[in-house]
Design a protein around this ligand. Structure first.
Ligand SMILES: Cc1ncc(COP(=O)(O)O)c(C=O)c1O
Length: 360
């Protein structure tokens, strides 16, 4: 197989996803398993979305609307932009791929942070594009170092804001400074997958940049809206950027149930409010519990927390798994002594703390 596989593919370390609940139940013969590993919504999904999806089932013999007319129109109304400023994707993962395919020539590079969401690097490398990873500074994106490392061949910069897995964020002042003197011929991607959980006042209003700058904002229905299984996300940018990206996507990239579910989810403001409240309460509980256990953690503006467990995160992860609690070890991210936990429901958080205490 080695002879026929492209070299960049052979060299790629595949993305390790959070372990599914069913898999752990099956493999470890456990009855009760909780998953706090993939930054999903612990409340499930909006009932309105589920009802709409059931109704939509009768039309699955038809291809989905290739243009996503109704979903784009609804999003545009919410965001005060035109539908032409929006492209839909099979999760924001797909939009990351479309961005790189659309803008990065063979000899150009992508710049992002080390440590950040792994898919920027993995996708760029599968397409055969070089990636420059700039170390974080105090667990935050180091925008000054990123600026210094931009070269003539840099085409796209990916900033996860808030950052996964650290839960830290770039403030509006830092972003303003950074954008001010960015070269005009490169594209800045602000990945705001977790924007609904933000609990600070100085988070950037990134939409203000799309008019005059090559800025692409990524959003997803996978986190706060609880629709990770449907795979639907979107990007917002100026019309030229969007129309270029539209050329690089597959015609039916977002399935009909995902479009229907997303439209209904946008109407369920109560679900969103409940989700946000649960995360904020959950974080308070977890922070207090970590302090009691003497553990160092990073305060997070998102729905996950990075914790220094003082020994190999992989072994903590494996030990917790045996007790039916799935978290994420951070080995793939190069953070050996850390685990990342997604904030869950009260009972899940309590069980997580109980098991963590036992394991440590
Ligand atoms: C920062 C960031 N961006 C994008 C994604 C992918 O989201 P989606 O489910 O929309 O592909 C994730 C998922 O964990 C993420 O953490």
């Amino acid at each position: 197989m080695k002879e026929i596989t492209r070299k960049n593919i052979l060299n790629i370390k595949p993305y390790v996803a959070g372990r599914p609940i069913e898999e752990i139940k099956r493999q470890l013969r456990l009855k009760k398993v909780i998953k706090l590993a993939s930054n999903e919504n612990p409340l499930g999904s909006s009932a309105k979305a589920r009802i709409a999806i059931i109704k939509g089932l009768k039309s699955i013999n038809r291809y989905p609307d290739s243009d996503g007319f109704y979903l784009k129109r609804k999003l545009a109304g919410r965001l005060w932009v035109k539908p032409e400023n929006i492209i839909l994707g099979n999760g924001s993962d797909e939009l990351i791929e479309i961005i790189i395919k659309t803008f990065v020539e063979e000899d150009e590079n992508v710049v992002t942070a080390d440590v950040t969401f792994l898919e920027y690097e993995i996708i760029a490398k599968t397409i055969g594009r070089k990636v420059k990873k700039i170390p974080l500074k105090y667990f935050k994106y180091d925008l000054e170092a990123i600026r210094r490392n931009i070269d003539k061949k840099t085409k796209v910069i990916f900033i996860a804001n808030p950052n996964n897995p650290t839960g830290t964020y770039v403030t509006k002042y830092e972003l303003e400074d950074f954008i001010k003197d960015l070269p005009a011929d490169l594209v800045l991607v602000l990945d705001e997958a977790y924007d609904a959980f933000i609990d600070v006042n100085d988070f950037p209003n990134s939409l203000k940049y799309i008019k005059n700058k090559n800025v692409i904002i990524l959003k997803t229905f996978s986190k706060s809206y609880g629709l990770a299984g449907l795979r639907v996300g979107y990007a917002i940018a100026n019309q030229e950027i969007i129309s270029s990206m539209e050329k690089a996507r597959q015609p039916f990239n977002v399935n009909s149930l995902a479009q229907i579910g997303a439209i209904a989810a946008l109407d369920d403001k109560k679900f969103l409010q409940r989700s946000r409240k649960l995360i904020l309460q959950g974080k308070r509980y977890l922070y207090a519990a970590f302090r009691k256990l003497g553990l160092i953690y990073l305060p997070s503006v998102s729905n996950f927390i990075l914790i220094d467990v003082g020994r190999e995160g992989v072994s903590v992860f494996n030990d917790m798994l045996k007790s039916g609690v799935i978290v994420r070890d951070m080995e793939q991210y190069g953070l050996k002594n850390y685990i990342r936990v997604t904030v869950g429901k009260r009972k899940e958080n309590e069980r997580f703390i109980k098991v963590l205490k036992k394991v440590l």
